[in-house]
Design a protein around this ligand. Structure first.
Ligand code: FE2
Length: 533
């Protein structure tokens, strides 16, 4: 999602595709120079240097953990003494020691080992630590030569078959570096959570823009080196680092990890399919390198398995979707507009048919009380035009893929998996929706609930708050909208109740911004739909 969608809403003539003609032309040159990742990997030295002479502190990008299972968790770091300039590591393998402790002082080591940081992976390392006990905290630390990383904290998932009394997590998305500080993360790190879920737009691909509190470090990113330097820039943020060190994360991406509003193999602008796929391979490689993902997500060229499932005993199961890699192109030329025929195309897809089958099968088999669908763009219908006789939809959202959405919602109606709750990012504003099999019929069954979190820092132009608010009356299934605040959503799940608190920072322009709760909603076990408390 970007601001230009909303400019289209206001009938602006600005066309992002034409604005970026210059960047598109440059893109062709850059792509021609990009080398495929696999060939690149083979050219690297296999020399191992245990005590490398480094130009600076190697753990400048912090530590992270993620993809928690009952007996294992993935630990992450990247050696980067010169983070914004390719990392600054010598071109050989460097052994990294890791330790996992049952206590914060790192005096009860339960697992340890050594892993090689490799130049072909930008000296990023991931350790899949097994043999851990379910549902408990662990602390971890890396060491290279005599240098120690900060200590991170992580937590395993509860044992399968357990029925925990509660789960606490928060979800976030959309952290445009140039638009504001990540102060929301400082506050999130102070919350009592088991887990953080990130729903995409971890980076933005754009070149430098003036007017915000800080700027990007290069022109629009295209090459693997570009994407690596952009992740490094974002990961220098102290609040982001602190939140990674505080909790395990489950991540998925949206569009800006590659290119605004790309769909499958189709670029936003005038890049060819071949150019987009080369760019996608670079972007996916850099994403994999910088996230605490399991080896099953390792990219193969321009393909990467990111959709996956996490189970927290019988209390909650998270179906984490990827609605960018396999989707068909946005209908009607993308943007905000009245529906064209193509929005109803039964062959159009958000998830691809394989992922769709995987999702429905998983929901069907689930034994969890709360079935979470963690995904990117708004699932619920929203007519952005307040006039009853005019309908305007954002066709980059599920509103552009009506048949795909109907298959999911009708499945929820027919098979009734326990308490489906959708959590969503992308739109830089806060929303609550009741999910209906037919949004145009008020008496249509409510088959699930959707919570849409605002951005960490990305812009929602204040000029759009009034027109979107005015359209609320035309969308009775929408229980809440706020466009004024940035922040995150904190969720507390028990066996009987799901509570979502919309947490808002006072400003994104001050690192000392305060936090407050904008609104709270609950979903009762066995009763779809949100109630404000
Ligand atoms: Fe975004």
């Amino acid at each position: 999602m970007d601001n230009f969608n909303f400019e289209r809403l206001l009938s602006s003539k600005i066309n992002r595709r034409s604005l970026l003609v210059g960047a598109g032309a440059l893109t062709g040159i850059a792509i021609a120079q990009a080398r495929p990742v696999t060939g690149f990997a083979r050219q690297h030295s296999t020399k191992v240097v245990a005590q490398p002479v480094l130009s600076g502190y190697p753990f400048s990008l912090g530590v992270a953990s993620g993809d928690p299972l009952p007996d294992s968790v993935v630990l992450w770091t990247r050696l980067a003494p010169s983070p914004l300039d390719g990392g600054g590591m010598p071109p050989y393998l460097v052994p990294v020691q890791w330790h996992v402790s049952a206590n914060e002082s790192m005096s009860q080591i339960v697992r340890s080992g050594t892993v090689n940081a490799r130049p072909e992976s930008a000296h990023a390392v991931k350790v899949n630590v097994g043999g851990l006990r379910p549902g408990r905290w662990y602390w971890y630390q890396f060491k290279v030569g005599n240098e120690l990383s900060q200590i991170g904290r992580t937590r395993t998932a509860p044992a399968r078959g357990d029925f925990p009394k509660e789960l606490r997590f928060a979800f976030a998305s959309c952290q445009d570096w140039q638009n504001g500080y990540f102060t929301a993360y400082k506050h999130m790190a102070a919350e009592d959570l088991d887990l953080v879920v990130h729903l995409g737009d971890y980076i933005y691909e754009y070149g430098p823009q003036s007017g915000g509190p800080r700027q990007h470090n290069s022109d629009e990113i295209i090459t693997l080196a570009d994407y690596r330097n952009r992740y490094a820039l974002y990961k220098t943020d102290p609040d982001l680092q602190a939140l990674h060190a505080a909790f395990p994360w489950i991540v998925t991406w949206d569009d800006h990890e590659v290119d605004n509003n790309y769909a499958g193999e189709v670029a936003e602008d005038d890049q060819s399919q071949q150019e987009l796929l080369a760019r996608r391979a670079n972007a996916y490689q850099a994403y994999y390198e910088h996230m605490p993902l399991r080896r099953s997500s390792m990219p193969r060229g321009a393909a990467m398995q990111l959709y996956r499932r996490f189970t927290f005993g019988n209390l909650a199961e998270f179906n984490v979707l990827d609605t960018r890699q396999y989707r068909s192109d946005q209908p009607c030329g993308d943007g905000l507009k009245p529906r064209c025929e193509a929005t109803f195309d039964p062959n159009a897809t958000m998830t691809g048919f394989e992922q769709e089958r995987w999702l429905l099968d998983g929901l069907d088999r689930s034994e969890a009380r709360w079935n979470v669908i963690a995904q990117q763009t708004m699932l619920a219908e929203y007519d952005f035009d307040a006039r009853p006789e005019v309908e305007v939809f954002n066709v980059d959202q599920w509103d552009g893929y009506v048949a795909s959405r109907s298959r999911l919602l009708n499945f929820l109606d027919k098979k009734k998996p326990s308490n489906p709750v959708v959590i969503t990012g992308d739109i830089h504003s806060s929303w609550v929706h009741d999910l209906k099999t037919d949004f145009s019929m008020a008496n249509s069954p409510t088959v699930g609930t959707e919570f849409v979190g605002t951005s960490i820092a990305s812009d929602f132009p204040s000029a759009f708050i009034a027109p979107v608010s005015a359209a609320l009356a035309d969308n009775p299934h929408t229980k809440f909208f706020d466009g004024a605040f940035r922040g995150y959503v904190r969720c507390h799940l028990t066996r009987q109740l799901w509570q979502s608190d919309f947490r808002a920072v006072s400003t994104i322009l001050d690192r000392n911004a305060t936090i407050s709760t904008l609104a709270s909603f609950v979903v009762e076990n066995g009763r779809s739909g949100a109630q404000r408390i």
